[in-house]
Design a protein around this ligand. Structure first.
Ligand SMILES: [Zn+2]
Ligand SMILES: [Zn+2]
Length: 140
């Protein structure tokens, strides 16, 4: 709920209340009072959680005999997830995107993303999971 009020410009904590008047003030978790218009608004997290069971690549499926539907459809790859690639640079929300890939899709990924070696960290699903358990990588 606190997300709608944004965050305190002084300490970054979420706002917990807002005055219902023009040019009103917000109060953060730490009790700081600041004009509502200075609250720092963060976009809602929109990252899809990593699927450690199944490759998350969206692939084109071609079926020339599909009746009553398009020949090309986008479907999630059915292969077992083997690797997880994590962005090395967080987005403007401080989130780091990650997705799972099968061995085949990893090759396509590396072909299509020229800077993959510096822009992403590649791990096996097992290594990624153990990092998650140790709290080294943020879920997302
Ligand atoms: Zn504050
Ligand atoms: Zn795949």
């Amino acid at each position: 709920m606190s997300k709608v009020y944004g965050n305190c410009p002084e300490c970054g904590k979420p706002g917990v209340s807002r005055e219902r008047r023009p040019n009103g003030n917000d109060v953060c978790e730490n009790g700081h009072i600041y004009p509502s218009k200075t609250a720092i608004l963060k976009a809602e997290p929109n990252l899809i959680p990593v699927d450690t069971e199944r490759c998350q690549t969206i692939v084109q499926e071609y079926n020339p005999f599909r009746i009553g539907g398009p020949c090309h459809t986008a479907v999630q790859c059915l292969n077992k997830a083997v690797f997880v690639v994590t962005e090395t640079t967080p987005n403007e929300n401080g989130e780091t995107g990650a997705m799972s890939l099968c061995a085949k899709c990893l090759l396509i990924f590396q072909e299509q993303i020229p800077n993959h070696a510096t822009a992403y960290v590649k791990q096996t699903v097992e290594d990624w999971k153990s990092d998650q358990e140790k709290g080294l990588v943020k879920a997302g």
